[in-house]
Design a protein around this ligand. Structure first.
Ligand code: ADP
Length: 499
């Protein structure tokens, strides 16, 4: 096993990696920006070094400086986490050229999968079904018009170098194409330094279903089943679960085999994810993420396999010590991304100091957090504060457990999207598993300010009853969600409210 690793990241994933490293007996070296001096990943690491001021471009994205630091402090490896430098082939190469181990796949694999058109070409060659559309970028709006006529409207314009939902435009009719082409191209150039775009068919009501794969340096690749990540806003995931509520065992085996074939086609090493759109029993390759994913814990909980441990083991040259037939799914797991965003009004970012943090615990609850009480939430970084993950015997029990855990969660000082998740757990289509990437379009009420009056009255009555119950039993009143109905009431501008 490698002896030490520098973790080139921050937030919840950096802490997850510090924990994983320490459990493997690996010396964990953290880096941090001036804004993250007291962040949990810094406090928990064996060593930590400041790499610059708050803006990512002056700290977490300084690949060369990070590699130089790793050499200086004697780190044997660099783990990039997700985001920042994780899918930069040039960074992976720089790490290897410096004689260090990059915890991830080969730079060539990252490069091939980072370009969406090249990835589509490689997958098509490997016999993996792709979303119908082009495998080359289009040069100009005229070429886009021609291609769109072949594919059929609606089409989706996508940035070849895309990620994070940027440079993507849905086009419903020919007249909109030229403007959309220019806008997507401009956005892609600004975000990725590469303005090339291509087109694919825009599927009407697909699910986002992705398969976790794990490969070693000895040619073994297995899949760890799927995650359903259909609940999204602006093409960004909000709720993930494993297994998917709709996949049959046969479909799972078929998609899993396809994912393994896709990974083998690019000599995949380490933990990676093949994303698919799934519609009416058919699945189409969307993209491959050549890194650990935000939502990896749901897979860990249903398979019992520690993905971060295996990233370190594979990077150390160890072969997988289990085969496909050894992988069994147990129970159901759900993850809610707790972001510093106010879902009322469209997930607007919220900033400030976290004045109180009450983290849920108890059976089957996991909190992968990157903040503490006192942490200052700024606009410098991604709004993901933490992930709340539950595991239970069935999907129904997992939903009940998530609802209970969300009720226990208290975050004061910044708004979070936790109340949105709590409403999702009660929503009938979600509970039935009838979800797609259009879920939020189909449920605008989840983002509306005013709760129905009956709900408010019920909340007020419940709060009054609880108060009474507390008085009678002299139960201690520490900040719990019991304050929630009251704040929801206030927000709605009811009597006694601040507004
Ligand atoms: P990015 O790399 O920018 O995250 P992806 O290709 O992974 O982009 O797609 C992100 C999300 O966008 C998907 O989960 C899905 O919701 C939506 N999407 C992407 N391609 C299509 C498509 N062809 N039809 C419908 N929705 C799509």
């Amino acid at each position: 096993m490698i002896g030490s690793v520098l973790i080139a990241n921050r937030g919840e994933i950096a802490l997850r990696l510090v924990r994983g490293a320490r459990e493997c007996g690996i010396h964990a070296i953290a880096v941090y920006s001036e804004a993250d001096r007291l962040a949990p990943h810094v406090l928990e690491a064996d060593e930590a070094y400041c790499i610059g001021p708050a803006p990512s471009s002056e700290s977490y994205l300084r690949g060369e400086a990070i590699v130089a630091l790793a050499k200086d402090v004697g780190a044997e490896a660099i783990h990039p986490g997700y985001g920042f430098l994780a899918e930069r082939a040039d960074f992976a190469r720089m790490v290897e050229d410096a004689g260090l181990v990059f915890v991830g796949p080969a730079p060539e694999t990252i490069a091939a999968m980072g370009d969406k058109t090249e990835a589509r070409r490689r997958m098509k060659e490997a016999g993996v079904p792709i979303v119908p559309g082009l495998t080359e970028a289009v040069a100009d709006p005229e070429a886009a018009e021609e291609a769109a006529a072949d594919i059929g409207f609606p089409v989706l314009l996508k940035a070849s170098a895309g990620g994070g939902g940027k440079g993507m435009r849905v086009v419903s009719e020919p007249g909109e194409l030229r403007r959309a082409f220019e806008a997507a191209s401009r956005e892609a150039l600004a975000a990725f330094g590469d303005g090339s775009v291509y087109l694919e068919r825009y599927l009407a009501r697909p699910r986002h279903v992705e398969i976790q794969v794990l490969g070693d340096a000895h040619g073994n690749v297995v899949h760890l089943a799927e995650r359903e990540c259909s609940i999204q806003r602006r093409h960004q995931k909000l709720v993930e679960e494993a297994p998917s509520p709709v996949l049959t065992d046969e479909e799972r085996a078929r998609m899993g085999e396809t994912a393994v074939r896709a990974a083998q086609a690019v000599d995949y090493r380490g933990a990676g994810t093949i994303e698919f759109l799934y519609q009416e029993g058919e699945c189409f390759f969307l993209e491959m993420n050549t890194r650990i994913q935000v939502e990896h814990p749901v897979t860990e909980l249903v398979t019992g396999i520690d993905l971060v441990e295996w990233q370190f083991r594979v990077a150390s040259g160890q072969p997988l010590d289990f085969g496909q037939d050894d992988i069994r799914l147990v129970g159901h797991s759900i993850e809610c991304r707790i972001t510093s965003e106010d879902h009322l009004g469209g997930f607007l970012p919220s900033t400030g100091a976290i004045t109180h943090l009450g983290v849920p615990t108890g059976p089957g609850v996991r909190w992968d957090g990157g903040v503490l009480q006192g942490t200052e939430v700024t606009l410098h970084y991604d709004p993901l504060l933490a992930k709340l993950i539950v595991h239970a015997a069935t999907r129904e029990a997992a939903i009940a457990r998530m609802a209970r855990a969300l009720d226990e969660l208290v975050v004061s000082g910044v708004e979070t999207c936790a109340p949105f998740h709590r409403r999702v757990m009660d929503e009938a289509d979600f509970r039935r598993g009838d979800i797609s990437i259009r879920y939020l379009d189909e449920h605008p009420e989840l983002l509306e300010e005013n709760e129905p009056e009956s709900e408010l009255i019920a909340a007020a009555v419940a709060a009054a009853l609880l108060e009474d119950d507390h008085r009678r039993h002299r139960a201690p009143r520490i900040g719990t969600s019991r304050a929630e109905p009251v704040s929801a009431w206030r927000r709605a501008g009811m009597p006694g409210g601040a507004s």
